[in-house]
Design a protein around this ligand. Structure first.
Ligand code: AHR
Length: 652
């Protein structure tokens, strides 16, 4: 008996492809639908220090003294004691967007102001740093600024001197190199001499920004986005569009034009979560609407701005603008379209040109409202949509279905939006990994003629929605991979998708999980990031049927799969997710092709534990691994490792 068991085991080992193998069929000559180039995109919101302290490379926090506490982020020291003073002045009438500045007095001796940065300043050895400041001397004053970059110990690692001239406000710049790398640097500005001076917009940028743009973006973070080859960039959120109340809603016009004239406001995530208070979180709008459009262009992604619809966040104040006072809000949308696409002779097109981009940005989509719900949203959306279509009939208007993927508010929104033939409906789901696995069939029953779907915010939550204990682990990522087979299989309905949120600073986050984590010097894609990347880098152009026993593969014994054709490379692309902890052998017969190439490419992500994660110390521990796969005739035998996501590409 024992011998027979041993023999059986040996046979099973020798013939892994045939024993217990699952026979799958791909119908390569029966495309179901086009996969839109927008299918896999990015959701950007300034949450978790995503913009200020994150992708926006400014190193000085509270550079214009406009925080609620004007000297937050700054410490002052003087020698000898009492030799000078720092006062915060307010020129509200003359400069309402940026009213405060620091008025410095020094009587001999010296006075220093030290900025702590965003949880420190990430500085790099041998890199150029560009300092700038707006300043004016008082009559008969001769103060100089000694600018010093310091490491965490307070040792000087780079310096320069600036001596402002004259009594009119003027911008002064100076550059220097850092001799050291440190994640916790700081900037010291020491005023020396005799007299008084006003300063504002004290700024420091690294010389290695994305595309070396002055005042630009952190290159490592943008590179991670570029690697995704995203189909669209949704911005600026998220709840940040709505604001805690309407006074701090996102207003695009305040985020364009000269940087020193952009009106800074509090970031709504500043005190949103009592367990993750971030009182020093503000929006300087150095990353504003112009920069979002530019970033979209750099990434080859369709810009997708989401605009306030006259409603503040319904989880907060829920303020609404009365129906007869919506005009300025609607005008903001119309003006934005002109800013993006208008001729340079138009008011807003001219501003775009003045900012450096005479060519239009070719905006095609506009979202109205983020996560609004109820009759108040629908009645406002109707008015916005009508006005947008009247002036810009080709702009595609994206609407929302509220914060949850089911329930009375969701059903009500969909009912109304269907009646009015809405074009694209944004759905959000922050749910358990199990929910994602169970919902691979979610869109199978959606009306093919009805509104298209924008899966605009989603992420599996390992503990509960927005719990601070949520992790970016393999269980979540693999469940998202399984769910995404359903998005792609239903490309006829689902035309845009994006994981959310995008970025998180390891020391300053409010919401977890997030796709990309970073500190002041390093960044890493989570396992969820790499799942997104595998999809977006292997999207294909047409979805074709992939079947097991004549049925779509939607979780049978933990197997999820979808197939697509790449018309440019003439490849069949298979995506197979094995959520079980058993290895699986699949024999995939590709019908409708004469013959496949004898070799293809296999890209695999796998982890042995559901809890496995990438870290800043091991940023690619779990990431796609490529290898060659052999093909015989029109058959591909793919062995799926336990708890793995596999993409196979084979030329026809
Ligand atoms: O992604 C984080 C938040 O989740 C978004 O701001 C909001 O739209 C959703 O509730």
């Amino acid at each position: 008996m024992k011998h027979i068991q041993t023999l059986l085991a040996a046979v099973a080992f020798a013939l892994p492809c045939t024993l217990g193998a699952q026979n799958l069929v791909v119908k390569a000559n029966a495309p179901i639908a086009d996969i839109q180039p927008t299918m896999y995109g990015i959701f950007f919101e300034d949450i978790n220090f995503g913009a200020d302290g994150g992708i926006y490379a400014e190193l000085v926090k509270n550079r214009s003294f406009e925080f609620y506490k004007p000297l937050m982020g700054w410490t002052t020291a003087m020698a000898p004691e009492g030799v000078g003073s720092v006062l915060i002045n307010n020129r509200e009438d003359a400069q309402s967007a940026n009213p405060r500045y620091a008025a410095i007095k020094v009587n001999g001796g010296q006075l220093s102001m030290v900025n702590e940065g965003f949880r420190g300043m990430g500085i790099k050895a041998n890199l150029d740093y560009h300092f700038s400041v707006w300043a004016r001397q008082k009559e008969q004053s001769n103060l100089s600024l000694v600018v010093e970059l310091k490491n965490a110990k307070g040792e000087v690692v780079g310096s320069t001197t600036v001596t402002p001239q004259g009594t009119e406000w003027k911008k002064y710049t100076a550059s220097f190199k850092s001799s050291q790398t440190d994640a916790k640097g700081q900037l010291s500005v020491t005023f020396k001499g005799q007299g008084a001076m006003d300063v504002d917009m004290v700024s420091l940028f690294p010389g290695d920004t994305w595309k070396n743009r002055p005042g630009g973006l952190r290159a490592d973070l943008v590179q991670l986005l570029a690697d995704l080859k995203p189909g669209f960039l949704r911005f600026p959120g998220g709840c940040i569009v709505e604001g805690h109340d309407l006074s701090v809603r996102y207003q695009w016009k305040k985020t364009v034009g000269p940087i020193e004239e952009r009106e800074m406001i509090v970031n709504r995530w500043n005190t949103e979560f009592a367990h993750r208070l971030t009182p020093d979180y503000y929006q300087t709008f150095g990353l504003g609407y112009y920069e979002y459009f530019l970033l979209s262009e750099d990434l080859g992604a369709e810009p997708l701005p989401i605009m306030n619809c006259g409603m503040a966040c319904q989880f907060n104040t829920g303020e609404v603008v009365p129906m007869d006072q919506l005009d300025p809000y609607i005008q903001d949308v119309l003006d934005l379209i002109e800013f993006a696409n208008g001729d340079v002779t138009t008011q807003w097109g001219k501003l775009r040109a003045d900012m450096g981009h005479p060519a239009p940005f070719n905006l095609k989509y506009v979202g109205v409202g983020n996560e609004q719900w109820g009759t108040q949203y629908i009645e406002r959306f109707v008015v916005f949509e009508k006005a947008i279509k009247a002036k810009y009939p080709n702009i595609i208007v994206v609407t929302g279905s509220g914060p949850f993927p089911d329930g009375a508010d969701f059903d009500y929104a969909w009912g109304e939006l269907k009646k009015m033939n809405a074009e694209i409906v944004d759905e959000h789901y922050y749910r358990s990994p199990q929910w994602f696995r169970d919902n691979a069939t979610r869109y199978d029953s959606y009306d093919r003629k009805g509104p298209k779907v924008f899966a605009g915010e989603y992420a599996a939550q390992s503990v509960a929605i927005a719990s601070p204990d949520n992790k970016n682990n393999w269980d979540c990522a693999l469940s998202e991979a399984a769910f995404m087979t359903g998005l792609e299989r239903n490309a006829e309905v689902v035309t845009l998708t994006s994981y959310a949120p995008l970025f998180a600073h390891v020391e300053a986050w409010q919401w977890t999980p997030d796709m990309i984590w970073f500190d002041n010097l390093r960044s890493m894609g989570t396992v969820n990031y790499y799942v997104q990347k595998m999809y977006s880098n292997n999207a294909g152009h047409q979805v074709v049927p992939m079947l097991l026993d004549g049925k779509a593969i939607t979780g049978q014994e933990g197997l999820y799969a979808t197939a697509a054709l790449d018309k440019e490379t003439n490849e069949v692309i298979l995506k197979l997710v094995n959520t079980s902890n058993q290895s699986k052998t699949t024999n995939v017969a590709v019908e409708g092709v004469k013959k496949l190439a004898s070799r293809g490419k296999q890209i695999v992500m796998q982890a042995d534990s559901k809890d496995a994660m990438n870290t800043l110390d091991e940023p690619t521990k779990i990431s796609p691994v490529e290898s060659v796969i052999k093909v015989s005739g029109n058959k591909v035998n793919v062995t799926l490792q336990p708890m793995s996501f596999t993409v196979v590409r084979v030329k026809k």
